[in-house]
Design a protein around this ligand. Sequence first.
Ligand SMILES: [Mg+2]
Length: 117
Amino acid sequence: MEKSSKVLLADDSAFMRKVLKDILEGIGFTNFIEAENGVEAIEKFNAEKPSLVMLDIIMPVKNGIDVLKEIGKKAQIIVVSAVGQDGMIEEAKTLGAVDYIIKPFDRAQVEEKIAAL
Ligand SMILES: [Mg+2]
């Protein structure tokens, strides 16, 4: 993926958005937009057409599964969630997520997933 690609960071935790942004900046990405709930994620996705979405599952208003139902097939989406049950991972992938990172994660795991895109 081009390092100039736009990345949407969708997570209700500002701290988690910052952690992900720092990791992605560390591997050269520069173009970020952020959303703090599922409705905002869908709106920003439709308005700004990011190439990559880092998507939380547990978020207010609409959760990450609801977001995947709307945009899952339209972008490269990596779910980043504390919910690690096989059933959830399976559902996310069925809805279009290309990969799934379980919180807490380390920097190397995220770098590896991005490199694999
Ligand atoms: Mg959350």
